[in-house]
Design a protein around this ligand. Sequence first.
Ligand SMILES: Nc1ncnc2c1ncn2[C@@H]1O[C@H](COP(=O)(O)OP(=O)(O)OP(=O)(O)O)[C@@H](O)[C@H]1O
Ligand SMILES: [Mg+2]
Length: 364
Amino acid sequence: MASIKLNAVEKWFGDLQVIKGVDLAIEDGEFVVFIGPSGCGKSTLLRIIAGLEDASEGSVIINDNDVTGNLPSERGLAMVFQSYALYPHMDVGENIGFALKTAGMPRTEIKKRVDEVAGILKLESLLSRLPKQLSGGQRQRVAIGRAIVREPVGFLFDEPLSNLDAALRVNMRLEISRLHAQLGITTIYVTHDQIEAMTLADRIIVLDEGRVIQAGSPRELYNNPNSRFVAEFIGSPKMNLLPCMEKSGRIVFSGFGKNTARKKAISEKFLSAPSSAVVSLGIRPENIALCDEDAGHISGTVAVCEYLGSEQFAYIDCGLDNMVTARVSPDAELKVGSVTGLSFDNEKLYTFDGDGSRLYKPPR
Ligand SMILES: Nc1ncnc2c1ncn2[C@@H]1O[C@H](COP(=O)(O)OP(=O)(O)OP(=O)(O)O)[C@@H](O)[C@H]1O
Ligand SMILES: [Mg+2]
């Protein structure tokens, strides 16, 4: 098992700096997820840890050893990619055992290890099939098996489930969770998927433009985002941001269309932190209740309704650039085109300044 440390890691591709000084300490056995917009440097950072890419500056430390100049094979890490890249002419057992064979391990030992791994991944009955005879999820399990069999000190996953259909993704997500609980191997997992990040991670690292923006447990990031960026990035559907301003010591909405919104001040309680820097107010969809047109903080017209069975989201046009999203009871029958009031839970409001820094968060 391994602790993994990055010290002031930078990466330049020619004149383009894509990693801008990343410090990170990952504990032995921890499950860390890198998340961030496309192109922010997640794969590059992972490849630097794996040794598939050199760091331009800084160092990579595994278990207190500086491995910055070491080959991938000297780092003891196993990487699983989005594309499974199985050998098409080898069956499942041969695919899983290939690395051991090239390392010169005796046949009987290879068979023992392959059988063990097949047991862990429930591949026993598929060992003599070729990759083309497998489903996407089974192939991905073989790819994971190939990584496990080498008994790595750490796992690196780069969007391993993004080629799978929705149901398989859920299955494989659970498999990976179970595997981590069972083997306790330090894991770094790159994903775009909110749910994967929230459900798998001990700690989520939010990256943007080659920098760590915030790191914390899923709960911490959801409840205590340090910026508008993280507030909007973590949570699906995302947090609503409403333009507002400070006026005579009160926070009032601003920037709404003429007829669509009541510009009602936010509760007295919330005024403990008024600031002239406030430009937007954040509220999550689950903290907005729909009410009579005149009873809410603002009002708007129901534009779209998404019924998902166990929950329902209403997208409301309040005359802003973006629709306001509210999570409502799946039993509520909402009429598209109807006018509704929106009432905010005053205990669950956030404020942000013009640079996107968070000024206020709800007490928890
Ligand atoms: N070999 C390369 N040469 C030049 N630029 C590169 C190279 N590899 C990556 N980049 C650039 O580095 C930046 C980070 O790329 P990276 O693949 O790490 O992003 P990512 O966060 O994994 O994105 P995605 O979510 O789309 O996979 C991007 O702007 C990309 O174009
Ligand atoms: Mg990538």
